[in-house]
Design a protein around this ligand. Structure first.
Ligand code: F6P
Length: 527
């Protein structure tokens, strides 16, 4: 039975019809203990969802829906290694990558090789073709082979190793790699070619450019072995590219690209922050895995995040969700979560191949606070749309300068309060607003938000946070009956691009394309 046809869904629908317009102002007034009731604490982390537009019945009905969707069963099937990614015939085992002592032997073997490699780079035992130490590392990858390590490397800036700088190149636009190469020295630069399939156009194009650049300086193919390593599941293709087998760090088809940070794909991050810190990241994620697998629904953080997202999307009609980290180090978190959530659950076909017929993944977007306040928050406050917000904030700053952190926290908490409670006409009058400005000083409020307060930003807490969102995504996939682990939707554009490239390079018969595409090709070619 489709989830929308279940009594649990219909009960939620009926409940939404009678509560949809309840205002957070009234919900708080009616229950002064609302914060205690609608917040969760786990390992020093606080999740406050009291400013979501829910009451006890909403949460009860949502948890019943989770039971009907058999989230527990899906968890077990994932852990058991069943082929949850049925359209590609693959298991979903990213938790095995961070299972510590319980990890499979193949995982332990690659982690050990990564550790030794990090040690060799950091100690200077690994040298470039001319005998110089490696001081710059460039990760060449895109999507899941870029966003995770890039985001985490940025997030853990306070934990970086000295004497080594890690860069990321993703875009096929030469404007990404060219200026970087212009600043680097081939004798002391290491390239990590990160690609699960080792067939991604952007990555291979950038990798070839990097290799040409190296060879122009080194003059011998032998240099490739000192300056290129690969992270991939396809050892045949890495070999054909010319990367020696000893320089290839393997992972497996049961690691989805957007869940791959914990695999060899994390090598650039490990080089940036050191092996010990990478292990702490894995440990944090493992702690979240245990919490997710073992905690009851009422205390389960990933499940609660997922249920709130579903409520906002399918019952309150929100089409987007803002991620608002009040932590500059989390600058890239919105981009990372865009791929994680939207590539996983941005689908309209269920596991039986039938149309889902309800909204699935909201459009994820966001920006670090306080910057966003000075650009798009105006629309949150008075734009008339419902935009659920996830505030993410650190109790202790990773850069504790005097004056900064309390103001940052104050701004975060002020925004969630202003968004929830708004300002009524009476309040605006009481605040002395001149009558001609009154219409402009009314804030409707009732904008739902959650606030996730982390104790601090360390590799361990970052691991917890990322795993939290991974499991949230997993739960949403199960609730919507989606295969969250494939991404067929990205293929059509790739196929078309491969047909258009020769036409742009050297012209030719474009008559099978529409007039807009033909016109754009002609204009780009200047004909
Ligand atoms: O185009 C989408 C995608 O397949 C993502 O799912 C993936 O993370 C990215 O491309 C990169 O793929 P690869 O790691 O195989 O280069």
């Amino acid at each position: 039975m489709r989830i929308v046809d279940t009594p649990a869904w219909q009960a939620l629908s009926a409940h939404a019809d009678t509560t949809r317009d309840h205002h957070l102002r009234d919900l708080f007034a009616a229950a002064p203990e609302r914060f205690q009731r609608f917040s969760l604490r786990w390992e020093g982390l606080l999740f406050d969802y009291s400013k979501q537009r829910v009451d006890a019945t909403t949460m009860h009905l949502l948890r019943e829906l989770a039971q009907v969707a058999d989230i527990e069963g899906w968890k077990h099937r994932m852990v058991a290694g069943e082929l949850l990614n049925h359209t590609e015939g693959r298991a979903v085992r990213h938790m095995d990558l961070r299972a510590g002592e319980q990890a499979p032997a193949e995982v332990k073997r690659v982690l050990e090789r990564m550790r030794l490699f990090c040690e060799a780079i950091h100690s200077g035992a690994w040298r470039g073709y001319s005998g110089e130490r490696i001081t710059h590392v460039v990760n060449i990858g895109i999507g899941g082979s870029d966003l995770g390590p890039r985001m985490a490397t940025r997030a853990l800036i306070a934990h970086h190793q000295p004497d080594i700088e890690v860069h990321f190149v993703a875009n096929i636009d030469g404007a990404d790699i060219a200026p970087l190469l212009g600043r680097l020295n081939p004798r002391s630069t290491l390239f990590i070619v990160a690609s699960k399939t080792f067939s991604t156009l952007e990555t291979l194009t950038n990798a070839r450019t990097a290799r040409d650049w190296l060879l122009a300086a080194a003059g011998s193919e032998k240099a490739v072995g000192r300056h290129f390593v690969a992270l991939s599941t396809d050892l045949d293709l890495t070999g054909r590219f010319g990367i020696p087998a000893d320089n290839v760090f393997e992972f497996w088809d049961w690691v989805g690209g957007r869940f791959s940070l914990w695999s060899a794909i994390g090598l650039s991050l490990a080089l940036a922050v050191g092996w010990h810190n990478f292990e702490r990241l894995l440990a944090g994620a493992k702690a979240m895995d245990n919490h997710f697998l073992e905690s009851p629904a009422e205390e389960n953080l990933p499940l609660t995040l997922a249920l709130l997202s579903l409520w906002n999307t399918d019952f309150l009609g929100a089409s987007t969700a803002a991620v608002l980290p009040y932590a500059q180090s989390f600058q890239l978190l919105p981009a990372y979560l865009q791929q994680l959530e939207m590539e996983s659950n941005g689908k309209q076909t269920d596991r039986q191949g039938q149309p889902i017929g309800i909204s699935t993944s909201p459009i994820i977007w966001g920006e670090a606070g306080t910057n966003g306040q000075h650009s798009f928050f105006q629309l949150f406050h008075q734009g008339g749309r419902i935009i659920p917000c996830d505030f993410i904030v650190l109790r202790e700053s990773d850069y504790p300068l005097p004056r900064h952190h309390d103001s940052l926290l104050a701004n975060c908490f002020a925004q969630s309060a202003a968004l929830a409670f708004g300002q009524t006409r009476e309040e605006a009058i009481a605040a002395g607003t001149p009558s001609e400005l009154l219409p402009y000083k009314i804030f409707p409020g009732n904008q739902p938000s959650s606030t996730l307060l982390l104790p601090n930003l360390t590799p361990y807490t970052l691991g917890q946070l990322i795993a939290l969102f991974e499991h949230k995504t997993f739960c949403l996939g199960a609730l919507w009956n989606i295969n969250a682990f494939d991404q067929w939707g990205v293929e059509l554009g790739k196929q078309l691009a491969s047909q258009l490239t020769p036409l742009l390079e050297s012209g030719g018969d474009a008559s099978q394309f529409d007039s807009s595409t033909r016109g754009l090709i002609a204009a780009a070619r200047g004909v």
